[in-house]
Design a protein around this ligand. Sequence first.
Ligand code: ASP
Length: 341
Amino acid sequence: MAKRRIYIAYAGGTIGMRTTERGREPAPGYLAEQLRTNPIFDSEELPEFTINEYEPLLDSSNMGPSDWIRIAQDIEKHLPDYDGVLVIHGTDTMAYTAAALSFMLENLNKPVIITGSQVPLCELRNDAMDNLVTSLILLQRFADRIAEVCIYFGGRFLRGNRAKKIDGEFFGAFDSPNLPNLGRVGIDFELSWDLIRAPKSTRKPLHVQPIGTASVAAFRLFPGLKAKTLAPMLDGIQGLVLECYGAGNAPHRDLEFMELLRQAHRNGVVIVDVPQPIHGCANLSLYATGRALLDVGVVSGFDMTPEAALAKLLYLLSRESNPDEVRRLVQTDMRGEITLP
Ligand code: ASP
């Protein structure tokens, strides 16, 4: 098979870090140099690639919407000349970036794979080499069959907006709690082509919808929460991801809390309920503690991860000014991020 052309956007992460007296920090030049000079990356099985090392390289804990816009615009600029993109990124906020890119990259018709590692490439025993090599092989072999933002990490191939960092210690750092994996990579590549979003023949050109102009927050309910703790957060925001208990339930006997949500809704804040359990779907009509939320205007995010719900809210609120339209679109499947009941 002829070598495909892949664009690598290297944003940062442990994968290219070294340990300094301040702890692990990105080491400019190191990873890009390895990719250019290590003979492994010349293999016939791998695609041709160009690497763009970002300045500064970031620990992904330092990343936010402006970095997502930078990556999205970099992809928009280069994708027409390449068969696919590999984004190299830290694991801490990789799921947020993956979800954000999935929404921002409108009409995406080629693969964008995001990877990183738990242990830096410079260490003898690491997961960096496999994650890099396997991501590149996925792109070389299947670039013409994948048209979505994915994560490859530790043997799992996942839809980006379904992924969640579930492990801080082992190499299988990511999983997709509410959608089966798009693939598993062991001795062989086992890809689920029925799940993978395939390129379409009639497509509008790739377009980036920048996100980040909207003001969105996320809040995890906890027993003992006082309405006055949440109140300042609701001031001046347009969207809230509310991580609720169980099937999407909240303390409905706390009238002050319920009134706070009702007022926020009336003020135009779009409140999206996502469940705290890692696996499962919000079902707000199951319990009185869920129905009460529907009564004050909260909308169910069904089985979206909190990461995807936050990115989707930012995206929608950057695009639409009518909160009711945003509420409708929150419950619409846009990029395979939600399972509608
Ligand atoms: N703190 C690192 C980051 O997110 C962790 C990693 O890459 O694994 O950039």
